[in-house]
Design a protein around this ligand. Structure first.
Ligand code: SAM
Length: 285
């Protein structure tokens, strides 16, 4: 195995289990002239574990644009450089995009060294359709922007993939439940490839209940997957029942509005009750 001069290698590193660093990744990290790492303090233990002594430089979202020029210069001079992030595949919700784009503009070869990525890892074991999926990364932080993003995804028919922080997971599930409906199938993948790896496959409503009931489920690193919306006919029905629900909610308490809408539309009362609760709690704009 040899490495080429003047190439930027994009090297995926483990998302928890050190044994997931590929033999090719180890070889390239040993052979390049420099490793650009998101956080050198974070990557040093990994590199030490594999006896990799290559020089390190930091490239993260706060210094990316300044450091980039130096790296591009070194690549132009024929040095081989590897880019790694704290975990998983660089650029996937991680730094590196401006550098890679600039390499392409300057005719510098970029070569991926594939390996773990939490999104693909979760999808592969989720039991949700993987033929089409939409990677959404992290949802926006503010409540209104997050809700707006979810509303835009409501009728998306492919599987949705989100990265989520543990202290926001319950709140996000609550929002998803109110936008996508209580019965939408979902999966929470936590601490993938690590000691406490947990996959919970359930409806959004059941998943939220489990996350609220068990503080352990709000720890560690999390990927949330949500099944896509059912095809149009069902979406049309959901829109119609929502319209009826909204009218009844103007006059009736939540429970009664949900019961009557269920009788009119034949839809499940429990789902309509959750939707009615969410509608009633929605801030009026
Ligand atoms: N570049 C990484 C990748 O390819 O997966 C993702 C980096 S992003 C900054 C970190 C997020 O990825 C975490 O907040 C979590 O949502 C997800 N993640 C990373 N490792 C994970 C793991 N072992 N289990 C579950 N989710 C993980």
């Amino acid at each position: 195995m040899s490495i080429e001069k003047g190439v930027l290698y994009i090297v995926a590193t483990p998302i928890g289990n050190l044994q997931d660093l590929s033999a090719r990744a180890i070889h390239i990290l040993q052979a390049v002239d420099l490793i650009a790492a998101e956080d050198t303090r974070h990557s040093r233990p990994l590199l030490r574990h594999f006896g990799i002594k290559t020089a390190l430089t930091a490239l993260h979202e706060h210094n990316e644009r300044e450091v980039m020029q130096g790296i591009l210069g070194q690549l132009q001079d024929g040095r081989a450089i590897a880019l790694i992030s704290d975990a998983g595949t660089p650029l996937i919700s991680d730094p590196g995009f401006p550098l890679v784009r600039e390499c392409h503009r300057q005719g510098i070869r970029v070569s991926p060294v594939p390996g773990p990525s939490a999104a693909i890892c979760a999808l592969s074991a989720a039991g949700l359709p993987c033929d089409r999926f939409l990677f959404e990364g992290f949802l926006p932080r503010t409540h209104s922007a997050r809700r707006e993003r979810l509303q835009r995804l409501k009728h998306e028919q492919c599987t949705l993939v989100f990265y989520e922080s543990n202290h926001r997971v319950a709140e996000s599930l609550r929002e998803m439940l109110s936008v996508f409906g209580a019965e939408r199938p979902a999966l929470m993948a936590r601490e993938l490839t690590k000691l406490h790896e947990t996959l919970i496959s359930a409806s959004l409503e059941e998943l939220l209940q489990q996350v609220e009931a068990d503080p352990m489920q709000r720890k560690g690193e999390i990927v949330l997957l949500v099944a896509g919306a059912k095809p149009e006919a069902d979406a049309g029905q959901a829109a119609e029942s929502r319209r009826i629900l909204e009218i009844l909610l103007e006059e009736l308490p939540v429970k009664q509005a949900a019961t009557l809408t269920a009788r009119i539309t034949g839809e499940k009362k429990n789902r309509l009750y959750q939707e009615a609760l969410a509608l009633r709690n929605q801030p009026t704009e």
